[in-house]
Design a protein around this ligand. Structure first.
Ligand code: CU
Length: 64
């Protein structure tokens, strides 16, 4: 499953790293691609959308 999320406070590549690590803590095999310019995050994962969103929120980011 691929999730397409919008994270408005994704500002730079360090944010991308933080979000990627948070997602991979839930699903180590998750494929994360994120662009701080567009705030779009694409996540290929077998974890549930809720679990991924919760992990991102716990890392300090808001999923729009
Ligand atoms: Cu940043």
């Amino acid at each position: 499953m691929t999730l397409e999320l919008n994270i408005p406070d994704l500002a730079c590549s360090a944010c991308v790293d933080t979000v990627t690590k948070a997602v991979q803590a839930v699903d180590a095999a998750a494929q994360v691609s994120a662009d701080p310019k567009t705030k779009r995050v694409s996540i290929g994962t077998s974890a549930s959308e809720d679990a991924i969103k919760t992990a991102i929120t716990r890392a300090g980011y808001t999923v729009a």
